[in-house]
Each structure stands twice: as C-alpha cells, then as structure tokens.
Ligand binder design. Structure first.
Ligand code: FAD
Length: 301
C-alpha cells in the first residue's frame, strides 16, 4: 500500500455509510438468510464449502444477542432444508460476550446444541485481544462438556499463539489459522508482514504435529504455497483451505480443481458495517476508489 492508500484507510471510518456499503457489497452475501442461502448454493455448485456468519458484532442488548443465536438456529434449518454444504462461524461478541461471559456461553451452547442436532458444526471466530482468553475458555468448556462439533480460531500475529497451540493440543482441536485482522499493540502482536508470516508457518507446523484439523485461512500466495508443501500426501479430509467471500475467487477455484477442500466465509445480516470496514481496510486497491467516490458524493456529483 502507498502512503496515500494508508492515509485513506485511516480515514475510512468517516466515509459515508452508503459509500462503504457500495464498495463492500462484494464481501457480503446480503442482509437476509435467503440471500446467504443463494450465495452458498452457488459456491456449493462450484465445489466450494461455506461457513455462514450472521453479522452482529455491534450489539449492545441481551435481546439482540439472543436474536443472533436464534438467527443461527434458523440458518441450520435452511442449510438442512436446501441440502447445502455449510457450517457456521460465530463472533462471541455477537452472542453477548461484551455484556457477560455467562450470557455468551449460554447462547453459544444453544447454537452448538442445535448444530449437533443437524450434524452440523460451529466455528468460534476470534476477535480482538481483549476477548482471546475468554474465547479459548468457551471453546475448552464446550469441548469438555462433550461437544465435538465446535472449532476455534488462532491468529498468527499474536505472540501468545504458540503457547495457545500447546495448551489446546490435548483436545486435538479443530482450528482455523489466520493472520489476525484487529489492530493490536506491538507488545502483544507481531506487526511486520514477514514476522506474521513466519509465526503463521510455525503455528501451522505445530498444529499439524498436534494432530489438529486445520482450516488454513489465507489469501497470501506465499503462505498458500507453504501450506501446500506441508499437506502434500495428507488425506484431503484432514485439513481445508478457507477464504473470504469476494476475495481471490479464481485461486479458490484452482485449489478446488486440485482436489483440496476449500471453504468460503459467507457473512450476511443487517450489522454489516464493522465487518465491511475491516475488509476494505485490507483491500490493497480499494482505498483510492473509495476516496474518489467520497469526494464525488460530497460535491454532489
Ligand atoms: C475464512 C477466513 C476467516 C477469517 N476469520 C478471522 C477471525 O476469526 N479473526 C481474525 O482476526 N481474522 C480472521 N480472518 C482475517 C485474517 O486474519 C486476515 O486479516 C485476512 O485473511 C487477510 O490476510 P491474508 O492471510 O489473506 O494475507 P494478506 O497479505 O492480507 O492478503 C494477501 C492478498 O490477498 C488479497 N486480499 C486480502 N484481503 C483482501 C480484501 N479484503 N480484498 C481484496 N483482496 C484481498 C490481496 O491480493 C492481498 O495481497 C479470516 C480470514 C479468512 C480467509
């Protein structure tokens, strides 16, 4: 990214919401479950798996958190009804983690129980570092209460990740490994591009050594290459690649054609704003286009 792009990225939060919505539409399936179902159907037709995310991280009330849990239960019904190949991904704050751990735990257990009823699976997303320990605790508690249909996420940019891999090892965990998207201080996170890549590869090796099922979530061609070297000769049922909706779709299709499992993250819902900002902030070509659109809008063109 150029310095100008970086400056524009910092300005994104003051960009008018309709402009953000316009440019983030490639990353969001829509605002309704029906729209998400259509996107999943298309992906499945291309041989890709999906994971559906009900966007809801801006919630502030218990009733909203319960409504998101209910929306996930409805998603399982639709997945089953339409014979789709999709699981779900959940942000703990959408289930109320910022309100109380117990509320989130209760909502999560409701969703995981419903998933189990359908033979489906729940991935607990990882959010900013204030939530890491609670999120790993939620995962352990669910696994220790007998739920095997649940997985978690580790972020390669955190210094603590190698320790977290070691601590999870006894569970033979199901882990999505990503770089990490939230802005964290250098005291707890690597900030250099190459450092994050190196920690990613170390964590991937450690997870595979521990017998984990790994969701290799990256669009970084170098990391995809490193992962392909490591999974060579493995049963393709023992790992999967993961990408975000609207990002590197051709590369995703190539991985499918080469026989790998590839899952696409499909977010939908009314609470699209925070998710969209994060996606736009990491899009190397979008910043300048957004700046022009914003200026045009401000000038009334
Ligand atoms: C399936 C999935 C689930 C995720 N879940 C989480 C999570 O739970 N917690 C979390 O903190 N992070 C999560 N992330 C985000 C992740 O941490 C990274 O921020 C994100 O994937 C970008 O890192 P990268 O490895 O793709 O490498 P980058 O170096 O950022 O990207 C490599 C290349 O991919 C392309 N690219 C990447 N992002 C975009 C974009 N938005 N638009 C257009 N092109 C793009 C560009 O060509 C870029 O050069 C998830 C990512 C994926 C794929």
């Amino acid at each position: 990214m150029t310095l100008l792009d970086k400056a524009i990225v910092l300005m994104l939060p003051v960009v008018p919401k309709p402009v953000v919505q316009l440019f983030s539409s490639q990353y969001i399936a829509g605002s309704t479950l029906d729209e998400a179902v259509e996107v999943v159907r298309t992906l499945n037709g291309e041989g890709k798996l999906a994971t559906v995310d009900v966007l809801g991280e801006e919630i502030t009330r218990e009733s909203e958190a319960r409504a998101i849990a209910q929306a996930y239960c409805e998603a399982f019904t639709a997945i089953e009804r339409d014979h789709l190949d999709s699981n779900v991904s959940i942000k703990p704050t959408a289930l109320g983690l910022d309100l109380s751990y117990e509320l989130c735990r209760e909502n999560l257990e409701t969703v995981v129980t419903e998933a189990a009823r359908y033979g489906n699976f729940v991935r607990i997303d990882m959010e900013d570092s204030a939530t890491t320990s609670d999120t790993l605790r939620l995962y352990r508690e669910l696994r220790e209460s007998g739920f095997d249909n649940v997985g978690v996420v580790l972020q390669a940019y955190l210094h603590r990740t190698p320790d977290d891999v070691r601590e999870l090892a006894d569970l033979e965990p199901n882990v999505r490994l990503c770089k990490g998207i939230y802005i964290e201080p250098p005291t707890i996170a690597f900030t250099g591009y190459e450092e994050v890549r190196a920690n990613y590869v170390r964590a991937l090796d450690a997870l595979l050594d521990a017998g984990a099922y790994v969701g290799i979530a990256t669009h970084d061609e170098w990391l995809i290459g490193q992962a392909l070297d490591r999974v060579e000769g493995m049963d393709t049922a023992d790992y999967e690649f993961q990408m975000l909706l609207g990002v590197r779709e051709r590369r995703a299709s190539e991985l499918v054609a080469a026989g790998h499992r590839l899952r696409v993250y499909v977010p939908f819902g009314e609470h699209w704003y925070q998710y969209s900002l994060r996606r736009l902030q990491e899009n190397p070509t979008m910043a300048g286009t957004i700046a022009k659109a914003t200026v045009n809008r401000v000038l009334g063109r």
